[in-house]
Design a protein around this ligand. Structure first.
Ligand SMILES: Cc1cc2nc3c(=O)[nH]c(=O)nc-3n(C[C@H](O)[C@H](O)[C@H](O)COP(=O)(O)OP(=O)(O)OC[C@H]3O[C@@H](n4cnc5c(N)ncnc54)[C@H](O)[C@@H]3O)c2cc1C
Length: 398
């Protein structure tokens, strides 16, 4: 029988990781009547991957399924895609309406949809064990939790995955994303005129920058209160160069990313100098005006299996598609939604196991397709022939 929870006889899931993947799973499983608790290691806001998110239909589908109240609109529309060259001229323009939102807008809506006590902050999973259909999770605080299902939504460096598949680790793809958010109201007028409400790009040799408007820190989509989100992909050699890019202002070396506020002042200054040299003036101004740029190494990672008895992996813990797909959050949302739909008609015990097996088939296929697509896009963006700088669009890329 499913593990009885003191307050209820409903099946129970323990979710490790309180970022988007974990909260998508929480609202989806609650919608089918499961008892859910989310354990996030960060004491305050999770170590957010921050920044802008292209709003994909899968995210909206989870919001509908989980009846997550949210602001309308959930993001900011861009009307067209433009490409700038080094001289700040628009060299290409294509009508392509789409909506962009931000990590904090999605996370805020999901968090507010969960009753008090569902999200437990400051709880770091150390390990788990399984006995039959029962999983026991052990946390650094000494807390011990039991459940019918343990969901690893703990990101690319997942503790859950490390216990299940110690041989699987993310591989560095050879380039990083420097990222930033700048408040709209502080930016020069000519920058607004040039970029307006476009999804704007610059394709250079070995680098590409993209930029779009997202909601403000307070989730407002009102003109003047929004932010401009930018992502600048650049090659950084593995080894000493990468290690230096990922060393924070306290001298601590990080494995894959530095959050906003952690970059060394001299690294921020170097980034701004490079921007002035390599980027269109509008983009260079944007980098200059960004108070806390941050950096993420681009990774490739795909597990061969997502279900291990009553423990499963979702979101970035299972596979990391390159960001050119603009689909990591969407994949995490799809994982949650398809899991809830599979489990809805499962009943207990063997029914749950059969539902998980069905779910794994489609979730694995989806992850692999996204990974392959992202690698193909990334290789094309970053491996340009020498001299092919300041080009026009390269179809389908973000
Ligand atoms: C440059 C860039 C741009 C992107 N743009 C887009 C986009 O436009 N659209 C899109 O859909 N996606 C985008 N993504 C991807 C997206 O950000 C992620 O795929 C998505 O947020 C899913 O993340 P997750 O919740 O699975 O993992 P994460 O966000 O990494 O969260 C994992 C959480 O688990 C917690 N955790 C880790 N270990 C433990 C532990 N032992 N115990 C408890 N908690 C733990 C962490 O603190 C963290 O909060 C982008 C990614 C990058 C790098």
């Amino acid at each position: 029988m499913p593990v009885p929870h003191p307050a209820t006889s409903r099946p129970r899931a323990v979710i490790v990781g309180g970022s988007l993947g974990g909260l998508f799973a929480a609202v989806s499983l609650r919608a089918i009547g499961w008892e859910v608790q989310v354990f996030e290691r960060s004491a305050g806001m999770p170590d957010s991957r921050g920044g802008g998110i292209v709003l994909q239909p899968e995210v909206e589908a989870v919001f509908d399924f989980g009846q997550v109240p949210h602001a309308v609109p959930l993001g900011v529309m861009s009307r067209e895609r433009i490409y700038l060259n080094l001289q700040d001229e628009i060299v290409s323009r294509a009508l392509m309406p789409q909506m962009q939102t931000s990590w904090n807008t999605l996370h805020g809506s999901l968090r507010r949809a969960l009753p008090d006590g569902v999200l437990q902050a400051g709880e770091r999973l150390l390990r788990f064990e399984q006995e039959g259909a029962r999983v026991t999770a052990h946390f650094a605080s000494g807390r011990v939790e039991q459940a019918d299902l343990l969901i690893g939504a703990d990101g690319s460096r997942s503790t859950v995955r490390r216990q299940l598949l110690p041989q699987v680790a993310p591989a560095y793809a050879g380039y990083v994303a420097w990222r930033g958010l700048a408040a709209e109201h502080g930016l020069p007028a000519q920058l607004h005129e040039k970029l307006a409400d476009s999804f704007a790009f610059q394709q250079g040799t070995d680098h590409m920058l993209l930029e779009y408007l997202v909601p403000g820190e307070n989730e407002s989509t009102q003109p003047g209160q929004r932010r401009r989100n930018w992502v600048w992909y650049r090659k950084v050699a593995p080894g000493a160069d990468l290690a230096q890019a990922l060393t924070d202002r306290a001298g601590v070396a990080h494995e894959f990313s530095l959050p906003p506020g952690a970059m060394r002042p001299e690294a921020v200054a170097a980034l701004r100098r490079d921007a002035a040299q390599l980027l269109a003036p509008s983009f260079a101004q944007l980098v200059e005006a960004t108070p806390e740029p941050f950096v993420q190494a681009i990774l490739d990672m795909q597990v061969p299996q997502m279900v291990f008895g009553r423990v499963l992996l979702v979101g970035d813990a299972a596979s990391v598609p390159r960001p050119h797909t603009a689909g990591g959050a969407a994949k995490a949302a799809a994982n949650a939604l398809t899991l809830a739909r599979s489990l809805r008609s499962a009943g207990a015990d063997a029914g749950i196991d059969a539902a998980l097996a069905r779910w794994q088939k489609q979730a694995l296929r989806h992850g692999m397709q996204m990974s392959e697509w992202g690698i193909a896009l990334g290789e094309r963006i970053m491996d340009l022939a020498p001299g092919a700088s300041d080009d026009g669009p390269r179809a389908g890329m973000f």
